[in-house]
Design a protein around this ligand. Structure first.
Ligand SMILES: [Zn+2]
Length: 389
């Protein structure tokens, strides 16, 4: 009897946690990765996927997506599995007052592995409530994170329009009290310059939308601003959070050329960014490939790096014994145009091709299979036993 349920054979495996970057076979038994070895016989598995010519990676981890809290939020299944994502982090859609409802309505109903950053605003992200500084309660936020540390991995601060950095200070305080991290989406103003904000962040805290046109990382001299370099040297992290307003090639290209890649690649996925900016995980990864980032680095920043950041190192890797979250990607080799986001006028970078997701496996179960790599040919359909004249 075959000992493995599934064998993914002959693909180019990239597993940053284990320094694997080459052709390997990956075997799955039940819900876990059973083996990653050079040549596992087909006879040892009940089902074999031929992955030759394809990349095999840990299930993608999208550290910035939206499944609750505003009108563009999407249900996890529709924004994750088709694009190879097995784990998503809801980025501040709920606050301490609204998380339980989010958990009941969405997280408990989806097969996607969902973690969340809790908004520093008790009511979460919906509309004007984000401006209510009286509802930014660091202690209540931290208490909720401690209570639901199985799902809540940190704090989100976003969109506060006041004159100062109160929202950031309270978010960082909530992260400190809950022994987690704070991820920030805030624009600078004359009364609150960005270098001051970066100084408020601790090692492990981070900035999302790092290549946003409205949060220019690149100065008029064409160089990454010194306070970004100083913040990174202290351990502050930088996340892509592509979205519909927050990724510009005019920022990302010089930053990467100057040795300032993002720590994590993420989508900021919601209904508005899905089509207009092609902010899916595979498409955002393709943009970094097109800029010149090597595939192994693109994958690491989409799997192992976000898994480490959220302190879930059982994910983002194919270590035997880890949950069998596996993604099979194809580099579709044809002239392509890859779009950045709104404020630039949706400009494109011409590329030699793009990544598409072929297969998404979560906890050992196939959840998306673009070309039916895991399926049998139709000619093997058994005759029906329905005796209908
Ligand atoms: Zn977002």
């Amino acid at each position: 009897m075959p000992g493995y349920d599934l064998l993914i054979k002959g693909g180019h495996v990239i597993d940053a946690a284990n320094n694997v970057d080459g052709v390997m076979d990956v075997a799955v038994a039940g819900r876990v990765v059973a083996a990653v070895e050079p040549d596992i016989p087909q006879s040892e598995a009940r089902r074999v996927v031929d992955a030759s010519g394809l990349y095999v990676t840990p299930g993608l981890v999208d550290i910035h997506a939206h499944a609750t809290g505003f009108s563009g939020a999407m249900f996890p299944e529709e924004m994750c599995f088709p694009y190879g994502v097995t784990t998503m982090v809801d980025c501040g859609g709920s606050g301490w007052r609204t998380f339980d409802q989010f958990n009941n309505d969405v997280i408990m109903k989806t097969q996607v592995r969902v973690f969340a950053l809790l908004n520093i605003v008790g009511q979460g992200m919906e509309g004007d409530v984000e401006q209510n500084i009286d509802d930014m309660d660091a202690e209540a936020t931290a208490a909720k994170i401690r209570q639901r540390s199985d799902i809540l991995v940190g704090v989100k601060v976003a969109h506060y329009q006041g004159r100062g950095w109160e929202s950031v200070d309270r978010g960082v305080e909530a992260a400190r009290l809950s022994d987690s991290f704070c991820l920030v989406d805030q624009n600078a103003k004359t009364t609150r310059p960005f270098d001051e904000m970066l100084k408020r962040l601790r090692p492990g805290d981070g900035v999302t939308h790092c290549f946003g046109y409205g949060k220019p990382m690149i100065g008029n001299d064409g160089m990454v601003k010194p306070h970004y370099i100083e913040a990174r040297a202290r351990g502050v992290k930088f996340d892509v959070g592509h979205g519909n307003n927050s990724f510009s090639f005019s920022m990302a290209v010089p930053a990467i050329e100057q040795g300032f890649p993002p720590d994590t690649i993420s989508t900021d996925m919601h209904r508005m960014s899905l089509h207009t900016s092609r902010a899916t995980m595979t498409e955002v990864m393709s943009k970094f490939l097109a800029i010149g980032m090597p595939m192994a680095e693109v994958v690491a920043r989409s799997t192992w790096e976000p898994a480490k950041w959220i302190n879930h190192t059982e994910l983002g890797t194919l270590t035997p014994g880890a949950p069998a979250d596996i993604t099979v990607l194809e580099f579709q080799d044809r002239p392509s145009g890859l779009s950045d986001s709104g404020p630039t006028g949706y400009r494109i970078m011409k590329a030699e091709g793009r990544l598409i997701n072929q297969l998404t496996i979560k906890d050992g179960t196939v959840r998306f299979d673009y070309d039916g790599l895991s399926k049998d040919d139709w000619a093997e359909t058994p005759t029906t036993d329905l005796d209908i004249p």
